[in-house]
Design a protein around this ligand. Structure first.
Ligand code: CIR
Length: 256
């Protein structure tokens, strides 16, 4: 099942994260990132997952966001091709690192695609969002690889002003996607899934992480908490510093 996990891969925060990409041009504080990352790991560890920690990469400021250069589908790891220049070099490092976990490793060779634009639904279906980081060639290339492994794929557009497709949505239950009001306009989502729509102003709460029977959500979004706690067993995690560099709960790990 898409949200039943036993293993997780994260990368220890790098000091150079203070130079990470930020649409608001904010330099985050390393110490605060480290604190948030530590509590993220504590929570995940308490859920019983085996945590695998990769070494920090000082040459790549955004490299704690391991979700972007690689994708895991069943027993295969697909190494992606990050569309941002400062992130592209992460792919060859993570490719070597993934060899300790996966025998089957494929790579997107043409075009650009980042994992933040890839939403896995109901186990064998994927939505890939075209964005500033993921282009049509990359999306089609990834789609071919996923289909060769037995998955189905739909390519959509990530709304303008949204960094990644998953920045404002997450798969939280069978056929259920949590979306920002912006993402709720996407015709394919509207007509194929049950959408739980968050109010305007709570976009940051749409990037959640369903792990087994728990739903991890970011602190500070009261309406989202109210809507979700009716049906889900939620755990709140602080991501204030991480959100300054446009990231959320899913970006910091790879799960299987
Ligand atoms: C970036 O701009 O690449 C990072 N500052 C944030 C990456 C967030 N990753 C994700 O949403 N999957």
């Amino acid at each position: 099942m898409t949200y039943h996990f036993k293993n997780i891969i994260v990368r220890k925060p790098n000091k150079s994260i203070q130079n990470a990409l930020s649409s608001q041009n904010i330099n985050p504080v390393y110490k605060n990132i480290l604190e948030e990352h530590t509590s993220y790991l504590k929570t995940i560890s308490a859920l019983g997952l085996k945590i695998n920690i990769l070494d920090p990469l000082e040459d790549f400021p955004d490299s704690i966001f391991v979700e972007d250069p690689a994708l895991i589908y069943r027993s295969t790891c697909i190494v992606l091709n990050p569309g941002n220049k400062t992130r592209n070099g992460e792919k060859s490092i993570i490719k070597k690192e993934m060899q300790q976990f996966f025998n089957n490793i494929l790579s997107v060779e043409k075009g650009f695609v980042e994992g933040g634009d890839v939403l896995n639904i109901n186990q064998d279906h994927f939505i890939i969002g075209i964005s500033n980081r993921t282009n049509k060639v990359g999306a089609e290339n990834l789609s071919k690889l996923l289909q060769s492994l037995g998955a189905s794929v739909k390519i959509c557009e990530t709304p303008k002003n949204v960094l990644h497709f998953k920045s404002e949505c997450s798969f939280i239950d069978d056929d259920v996607i949590l979306v920002s009001s912006n993402m709720a306009q996407i015709e394919y989502l509207k007509s194929n899934y049950k959408l739980i729509k968050l109010p305007i102003g709570e976009e940051g709460a749409a990037n959640t992480l369903r792990i087994n029977d728990k739903l991890l959500i970011p602190y500070g979004f009261n309406k989202a908490e109210e809507i979700l706690s009716n049906k889900y067993s939620i755990i709140k995690i602080k991501v204030d510093e991480i959100s300054k560099i446009d990231a959320g709960l899913s970006c910091m790990s790879l799960r299987w």
